[in-house]
Structure formats: structure tokens, C-alpha cells
Design a binder for this molecule. Structure first.
Ligand SMILES: Nc1ncnc2c1ncn2[C@@H]1O[C@H](COP(=O)(O)OP(=O)(O)O)[C@@H](O)[C@H]1O
Ligand SMILES: [Mg+2]
Length: 247
């Protein structure tokens, strides 16, 4: 479904993603693990088209020079030159790291915003399916998003992404900063989203909490792929095990 080949991303002369290749097949849940600054966000942003968007914005301002090389193929199509919204239209939706919510708007208004590219009638149906996915949000629908806990905000962010109707959902550190109970709830949500037929690429700093739902994982360090494989295969590598599995 997604094939990334020899992807390189430079911010000026700094290499953030170094010759990365990875593959995601339809129906899989794939993990990308790496410590802070490893390149996880840059990888997901580049697949979603945000890095390209930033590159052109910087070019217009005469600011930072961003270089992107390599191939990103989705459903057989080379998408590297598409705008983010054209990628969303094809089903590639990114739930960003600590996804911003509109603090002064209600949970339901935020959810609606996730469907800005879709028709109103379809959105209503999708909003009820988000409440089925995360029942806690139904009770909070009239609450201002700024009043929510970190875990509740993450559920809103995932809900907003779901309303954009992803085929491939990119999730950037959805467990970051959440309590174990909230992590558990988000992991349950990921499992359910997968069951609904959505393919998922998920980045995390620590692999252990998300491992139960992962089919395969990639470990990146300083933008470079160090190992890939099933959970069991990753755990066979003692360095990977101690760095990402906390054991
Ligand atoms: N907009 C940017 N401008 C300059 N450097 C950036 C930018 N975004 C990321 N980087 C650099 O790219 C590297 C990878 O960062 P990032 O993708 O955010 O890693 P991670 O998400 O794994 O923490 C880091 O060295 C970071 O400083
Ligand atoms: Mg990041």
C-alpha cells in the first residue's frame, strides 16, 4: 500500500531522514520506533506532504532550504509531489504529535473540523462512529477542548483524523505523555481502528505499550534505519530491547 524508498530529508545541511526505505501493506499496523530527534516526525510529515509544504513556504520567504529526495509510492502512485490535501483525498491522514485542538471550541466542533474536505451529511455519520470508538468523548462533546486532559485531547485528535476517512492513518507518538490507563485506552482505539479496515503507521519512542497491536516495526536512529522485523525479531537485538522495550 505504501512504499517509501531511499527517502532523504535535509533541513539546510542537517540530515533528518537518511536513506530510509519502508513498506506498509494493507491491513497492517506498523511501528516506527526511535528516540527523540531520530526522525520519526519528519518521516511521517514527509509522507503526509507537510515537509513539502514547509519547503515551499520557506522558499517563498527566502528562509531555510529543505531538500527531499527519494520515492513515496501509495497504491502504486508516486505521491511525493502532491499537496497535503491531495494526499488526504487519497486516504493518507496524519494525526500529528500532540495534535493541536482548538481550545475555545467544543469537542464536537473540533471533530467537525477534521472533515473539512467532506460533505456535511457524511460528517454526522462519522462523528457518531468516533463516539462509538471513544465513548468517553460522547459525554464530553459540549466541553471546550482546552479543558480536556492530555488523553482526552489525544482521543479528539485521533477522532479528527478518523473523520477525514483515512485508508492509511499516520499516528505520531499518540501515547506521548499519557497515563498508563489513557495509553491503554488509546491502544484499544488503535486496535479498533485497524479492525475497521484502516492501515496504520504509528511512531513511538517506547515500543512496549504499543507492541500488542503491532504487526512489524522499524527502528530508526539519527534518521537511519537500524533494524526492522516483527516484535519478537526486534527484541532479539539486545540494544534495541534495552532502548525501546525498557528491559
Ligand atoms: N522544521 C525543522 N527545521 C530544522 N530542523 C528540523 C525541523 N524538524 C526537524 N528537524 C530536525 O530533524 C531531526 C529529526 O527530528 P524529528 O523528525 O522531529 O524527530 P523525532 O520526531 O523522532 O523526535 C532533528 O535533528 C530535528 O532537530
Ligand atoms: Mg516527533
Amino acid at each position: 500500500m505504501l512504499k517509501v524508498k531511499n527517502l532523504m530529508v535535509f533541513f539546510e545541511n542537517a540530515l533528518a531522514v537518511n536513506d530510509l526505505s519502508l513498506e506498509v501493506n494493507e491491513g497492517e499496523v506498523i511501528g516506527v520506533f526511535g528516540s527523540n530527534s531520530a526522525g520519526k516526525t519528519t518521516l511521517l510529515n514527509t509522507i503526509a506532504g507537510l515537509t513539502r509544504h514547509l519547503k515551499y513556504r520557506e522558499q517563498r520567504k527566502g528562509g531555510m532550504r529543505i531538500t527531499i529526495n527519494g520515492e513515496i509510492k501509495y497504491a502504486g502512485e508516486e505521491i511525493s509531489r502532491l499537496k497535503p490535501s491531495d494526499r488526504v483525498a487519497r486516504g493518507i491522514v496524519l494525526c500529528r504529535e500532540r495534535h493541536p485542538v482548538l481550545r475555545d471550541n467544543t469537542v464536537e466542533e473540533n471533530l467537525k473540523l477534521g472533515g473539512y474536505l467532506r460533505k456535511d451529511g457524511e460528517i454526522r455519520q462519522s462523528i457518531s462512529s468516533v463516539y462509538e470508538l471513544f465513548p468517553a468523548l460522547q459525554k464530553l462533546k459540549a466541553r471546550k477542548a482546552g479543558m480536556l486532559s492530555g488523553g482526552e485531547k489525544e482521543m479528539v485528535a485521533i477522532g479528527m483524523a478518523m473523520i477525514a476517512k483515512p485508508k492509511l492513518l499516520l499516528m505520531d507518538e499518540p501515547l506521548l505523555g499519557l497515563s498508563p490507563a489513557m495509553q491503554h485506552e488509546v491502544v484499544r482505539g488503535v486496535k479498533e481502528i485497524c479492525r475497521l479496515g484502516v492501515t496504520i503507521l504509528i511512531s513511538e519512542q517506547y515500543a512496549r505499550p504499543i507492541m500488542p497491536v503491532i504487526d512489524r516495526g522499524y527502528v530508526i536512529e539519527n534518521g537511519t534505519m537500524v533494524v526492522s522485523g516483527t516484535g519478537a525479531e526486534l527484541m532479539e537485538n539486545p540494544e534495541v530491547k534495552s532502548a525501546y522495550f525498557g528491559a
